[in-house]
Each structure stands twice: as C-alpha cells, then as structure tokens.
Design a protein around this ligand. Structure first.
Ligand SMILES: *Cc1c(COP(=O)(O)O)cnc(C)c1O
Length: 375
C-alpha cells in the first residue's frame, strides 16, 4: 500500500491556462478592484447559480458575518451555536455582542431549536445559526421562534454553498445568510465570501458597508470596512463556478463510498444523507466515534490514521465555548452544552475533496476496519 499523503481537503482549482486568459484581460483593463468587470459578472453568476436575487461579494467569509450584524444593528445578546468554526462567534465579539451558546442536535450538529426559547432574555436581539457541514438547520422552527419574539435571524451558511431544501436555496431563510469561499470550501475564490439578503435596499446598505461606508464620492453613511473582492479572485471564481457541479457530484460518490464501507463498523456513526427534501453539497464527511463501542478513543484513531499519512481534522474541536476568549462566558443559564461537548470530543472529519480517488477512500475505510479488528 502506498503511503501517499492524503489531507482532509484539497482546493478546487481552475485550469491555469484559462485563468491566464482572464488575467491578461485584467492587465489590459487595469481595473483591479472596486466593482470591476469580473466582480459584477461573478455576482450575477452566483445569483443565478444559487437561485438568489441579492448577493454581495466579500473578500472573505468572516467580514459578511461582521457586516450583517452592523447592517441589521444587532446589539446585546445573540443566541448561537458553540459547534462551529470560531469566526461565527468572533463576528459577534467584534460587534460588542455577547454570544449566548445553546446546545446542538446530535444528529445534525446544528443548534437545537427546541432549546432556543429558554435562552432568550430581554437583551436578546438575534439568532445566529450555522448550517453545520452543509446540513440545513431547523429553519421553520427557528423562523417561528424569531417571529414570536421579534428576533432577527442570521445564518452562517459557510458550509452550505448550493444546498437546497424543498427545491429552494437554503439561503432563502433568515434575514441574512453568509457564505465563505475560502480555499478549503466546496467552492472557492482562494479567499472570499458573500452576503445574501432579500431586498435591494439591504444589498445597497451592505455594499456601502463593505466599501468603508461610502454611499458616493463624498458621503460616508456608516462606519464601514474594507470587504471588497478584487478582479483577480473574481475571475478565478468565475472559472471555478463552471466546475463546481462536477466537483459536488464527485464528492457525492465519495460520501456514498464512505457510508457503504463504514456501515458495519459498530461505534462509528456518520451524518444522515437520506432526507430527500435536501439537496446536499457533501462539504464534509464527519464521523463520530463512540469509544465504548469502537473500543478506541477518537484521538487514538486520529493519530493512527496520521501514521498512515491520512490527515483527518477534528472539526469542530475544541468547542468554541471552551476556547480561552469565550470559556468565561456563562452560556444560557439552562444549558450545559453536554451534547456539543460530546460531539466535539468524538468527531473526525475524513478526507473529502474533488480528485480524491475512490481507491484511496477504500484504503481509509480499510484502515479504520483493520484498526477496530486489530486492537
Ligand atoms: C470557513 C468558515 C467561516 C469563515 O470564512 P473565511 O472565508 O475563512 O473568513 C465562517 N464560518 C464557518 C462556519 C466556516 O466554516
């Protein structure tokens, strides 16, 4: 067996030849950023692909989170999930907002909607949820709670590029959703991101905010930031958009191979992909190890795979609420986050990316099987 290094992910890259053609156009136009030609083209191409009317490009996936809270003037406390990439909570902190963590659903790893009401206080203004691993949150329940209490809903949809629920984009739910186009995501522009809203007025306000608050040459209407995406990455993004469907189709085959290969190994659970109302993007393949059933700890399996040059990642461990900047916060007074802690201590995301051969997927399955047998 070869010992080729297999990482948890590998970026989707456009052909360098095609990219060069667009670079030459950019060099000729000498327009590098600030709503350039490819920027405008990518915004409309993404609107069409994602089936959303209003989308603003950003230079990464964190700034749209920060800008969404500014645009909607969110203050006080925001109910959120501890089980995510740190940027979700950081965006609240950068706005002077107190994150209030609520436990997650063990099956989806998303915020447990049935626990949200207990965490609402007089200073709660919004819910910031994450479609973790690209699996949709309980969007209808969250919407019901939000309208009952007059709360705003922001979805960090960094994992949910192209995901649909009942034939509609998952980005249709909530007041604002955000995407990340970081190199490690299903669709990337090297670094990049976007904010999706539902009306022209909000989009305009967002576009001011991402350009220092400038409404025109001499009018600054808000303390904005620089969140603009440049022409080079917009051009790259246009090329990657053409191959993302194929990349998702390949990811689907990888997920099916993992599911089939791991189904008889007791002590290993994975996400459920059988709900026909969801169009998945197969962004990640997390497995959850039950130490008592599998017979070995998550960390031992993780290290063992590394010995064979297989680099999974413990996404999301440690839990955000256990990280030094946030561990002093009381989460909602009713919530000890026991599910989230358990999930964070049992997860390994196995390698999945466009170009990962099914042969290598089978090799990973075999290693896990052997490890269980050979203990
Ligand atoms: C990747 C990611 C982000 C941040 O995106 P960047 O483009 O890296 O700034 C935010 N939230 C989640 C859940 C992510 O996975």
């Amino acid at each position: 067996m070869s010992n080729e290094l297999i990482n948890v992910t590998s970026p989707l890259l456009p052909s360098i030849k095609d990219f060069n053609v667009l670079l030459e156009v950019i060099w000729e136009k000498k327009w590098l950023t600030n709503n350039g030609y490819y920027h405008e083209e990518l915004e409309s191409a993404l609107c069409k692909y994602l089936k959303v009317p209003y989308l603003s490009l950003f230079t990464n996936g964190t700034l749209p989170l920060i800008a969404s809270l500014q645009a909607l003037r969110i203050t006080g406390e925001v109910i959120t999930t501890p089980y995510s990439f740190v940027a979700t909570t950081h965006s609240l902190w950068w706005n002077g907002i107190k994150p209030v963590f609520v436990d997650i659903d063990p099956l989806t790893c998303n915020i447990d909607a049935s626990r949200i009401e207990a965490a609402i206080t007089p200073t709660t203004t919004a819910i910031m949820a994450v479609h973790c691993y690209g699996i949709p949150c309980e969007v209808d329940k969250i919407e019901e709670i939000a309208s009952k209490y007059g709360l705003t809903v922001i979805y960090d949809a960094a994992h949910a590029f192209g995901v649909e629920l009942n034939g509609k984009s998952i980005l249709d739910w909530g007041d604002i959703s955000t995407l990340s186009f970081h190199a490690t995501k299903v669709y990337n522009t090297v670094e990049g991101g976007a904010l999706i809203c539902h009306d022209a007025k909000t989009k305009k306000r967002i576009d001011y905010l991402k350009n220092f608050g400038f409404a025109d040459e001499v009018t600054v209407v808000a303390p904005g930031i620089n969140g603009k995406m440049d022409e080079i990455r917009s051009a790259y993004g246009l090329l990657n958009l053409k191959q993302v469907d194929q990349a998702i189709a390949e990811r689907k085959k990888i997920v099916e191979t993992y599911c089939e290969g791991l189904k008889n190994i007791s002590g290993i659970r994975h996400l459920d992909y059988s709900d026909a109302s969801i169009k998945h993007n197969y962004a990640y393949f997390p497995i959850f190890i039950s130490e008592s059933e599998f017979g070995t700890s998550r960390d031992d399996l993780y290290e063992k795979l590394k010995e064979f040059n297989i680099y999974g990642r413990r996404y999301f461990y440690p839990l955000i609420s256990n990280m030094p900047p946030y561990r002093g916060l009381n989460s909602s007074h009713t919530d000890n986050l026991s599910v989230a802690n358990k999930i964070a201590n049992s997860v390994i995301c196995l390698p999945i990316y466009y170009g990962l051969s099914l042969e290598n997927v089978k090799k990973i399955i075999m290693l896990i099987t052997d490890f269980k047998k050979g203990r």
